[in-house]
Design a protein around this ligand. Structure first.
Ligand SMILES: N[C@@H](CCC(=O)N[C@@H](CS)C(=O)NCC(=O)O)C(=O)O
Length: 271
């Protein structure tokens, strides 16, 4: 997945104290996404969040270097983490990775994530976090005010169960066959059969989740990190023309009505 984007040259700019700040690489495009809710504007300007006062006298661009970085590909599964970040409303720097042009295999990216995959979150403390379940869980737990993970243990277990089903089954076993059939067979003549099997897995997945969604506004009841996982697979289904069963279709519409999701769709050029 991912919209091809022309990469910029490996450009940089000098900070007042002489350090160089990369503003683009041969394989990635960066866009800062400060939360409009917290900063009053979207766009290319970084503002420290109100709860992170900028009192050190440092140039704000230096602080940007230490802020969290989010590697994503427009329209890829990273859109789920993109939604979580926008729901949190804290500043982060978005770095678009052009999967179609193979940017995930370039040293500038593999130095960050040797798995050659998005999403990747480089945390404020510099640690690298990968995989939707781990990134989403870490973000939810480190921002408890955000209510992205219910306190109730049974509901937490339901959240993890649903995320695993979306990521490990519907995405990795289903959509992966549709997007990358050649990864599942050495014989090009078999690729249509691989895709058909992928579609079956996806449809069974949504039929199962449709039952689980009955009577609920969100995946487990209260809104959580399960909803952004479900959103990304539902979004893919809608883009591929796979009909969603009614409760999943309603869930997708509910998600698309959320301001955080609308900002993400704008930022990824998918609105
Ligand atoms: N299990 C991973 C899935 C990550 C993944 O498969 N990402 C895809 C994009 S949807 C990717 O980066 N693929 C690299 C490629 O296509 O070469 C997660 O939960 O984050």
């Amino acid at each position: 997945m991912g919209t091809p984007r022309k990469a910029g040259a490996d450009a940089g700019r000098d900070t007042p104290n002489g350090r160089r700040v990369h503003t683009g690489t041969v394989d990635a495009r960066r866009a800062r996404h400060p939360s409009p809710a917290r900063t009053g504007q979207a766009g290319d300007t970084f503002h420290p969040a109100p709860d992170q006062p900028h009192t050190s006298g440092e140039d704000p661009r230096e602080i940007l270097l230490r802020s969290r970085k989010f590697y994503y590909a427009p329209g890829a599964c990273s859109i789920g983490i993109h939604v979580v970040l926008e729901e949190l409303g804290k500043p982060y720097e978005g770095v678009a990775v052009n999967l179609r042009e193979g940017a995930q295999f370039q040293p500038t990216f593999t130095a960050v994530n040797p798995k050659s995959k998005v999403p990747v979150l480089v945390r404020d403390d510099g640690q690298v976090q990968t995989e939707y379940p781990a990134i989403a869980y870490w973000l939810a737990r480190t921002n408890p005010y955000s209510n992205l993970l219910p306190d109730n243990l049974d509901l937490q277990a339901r959240v993890l169960e649903l995320i695993d089903y979306c990521v490990a089954t519907i995405h990795m076993q289903g959509f992966s066959r549709l997007f990358r059939a050649s990864n599942f067979t050495p014989n090009p003549a078999d690729e249509d059969a691989v895709k058909a099997r992928g579609k079956e897995i996806v449809q069974k997945g949504f039929a199962t989740l449709d039952k689980a969604l009955q009577g609920k506004e969100y995946a487990v009841g209260p809104y959580s990190i399960a909803d952004s996982a479900l959103f990304y697979v539902e979004f893919w289904a809608s883009r591929l023309g796979i009909t969603l069963p009614p409760a999943c279709a309603a869930h997708l519409e509910r998600m698309k009505a959320r301001p955080a999701v609308q900002r993400v769709l704008q930022q990824e050029g998918l609105a």
